[in-house]
Design a protein around this ligand. Structure first.
Ligand code: NAP
Length: 208
């Protein structure tokens, strides 16, 4: 089973690629531009842009992890074009290529954009629209909705219960990367939506 990671040059995507490649798990990196680190590792790379015709990047791939995002430094236009429209077009391409599992890195707040912070409501709406499109696609999906991302090393402990205290709604990027990889390994995670923060459970206990 070969997995395509979309957003593979990003912080979570890069960790997924490096971990899977090191473990000998077939993985393909979709990147917008050449990347000397991933090239030096011998990772299979497909250059493509979510704002252009990228569907051929999925050819020959059995699973997809979508962890791309336009980031906080760009405007709402890019959030629409990348986080929402890029994700929706990836779902269409995944159907075209009969992908067996689609793991979406969504976000806390996507479950109910009206009740989140108004400053990022457009972002939460985009994430929700993409998630809803995946849910209705007929594809086997796993949707992860992490809290605010931290750069510390993985803790190995997660929880799928989003704390009411917003300050506690955090998880390391490496734990999210590990969760994505875990989701590929077990059918327990198929057709599930998981809020995700750091906590006291192992991935296999939390994502069951
Ligand atoms: N920040 C948070 O607290 C938070 C919380 C929950 C969820 N999330 C979500 O978690 C995900 C991953 O986070 P992260 O920290 O790993 O993000 P990141 O480091 O910003 O990586 C995002 C990746 O998306 C790629 N990308 C952007 N536009 C693209 C396009 N048009 N075509 C192809 N790729 C494109 C970027 O490519 P380039 O390298 O070429 O720029 C980058 O590699 C994002 O979807 C984010 O919305 C974030």
């Amino acid at each position: 089973m070969t997995t395509l990671v979309i957003g593979a040059a990003g912080q979570i995507g890069r960790m997924i690629i490096k971990k899977m490649h090191a473990a000998g798990q077939p993985v393909v990196a979709m990147l917008r531009k050449p990347d000397s680190e991933l090239e030096a590792l011998g990772v299979d790379i497909r250059l493509a842009d979510l704002e252009e015709d990228f569907s051929q990047a999925l050819a020959g791939c059995d699973k997809v992890i979508f962890t791309a995002g336009s980031g906080a430094k760009t405007g709402a236009d890019k959030t629409i074009l990348v986080d929402m429209w890029g994700a929706i077009k990836t779902v269409d391409a995944a159907r075209q290529f009969e992908v067996k599992q689609f793991v979406m890195v969504s976000s806390r707040g996507a479950e109910d954009p009206d009740n989140g912070p108004s400053a990022i409501k457009h972002y939460s709406v985009c994430k929700k629209m993409a998630d809803d499109y995946l849910l209705a696609s007929g594809l086997s999906y796993t949707i992860l909705r992490p809290g605010r991302l931290l750069n510390e090393p993985a803790t190995g402990g997660v929880s799928t219960v989003m704390p009411t205290d917003k300050e506690a709604q955090v998880i390391t990027r490496e734990d999210v990367a590990d969760a994505c990889i875990h989701c590929l390994k077990t059918s327990d995670t198929i057709n599930k939506i998981y809020p995700l923060v750091n906590g006291n459970s192992s991935l296999s206990n939390a994502l069951s």
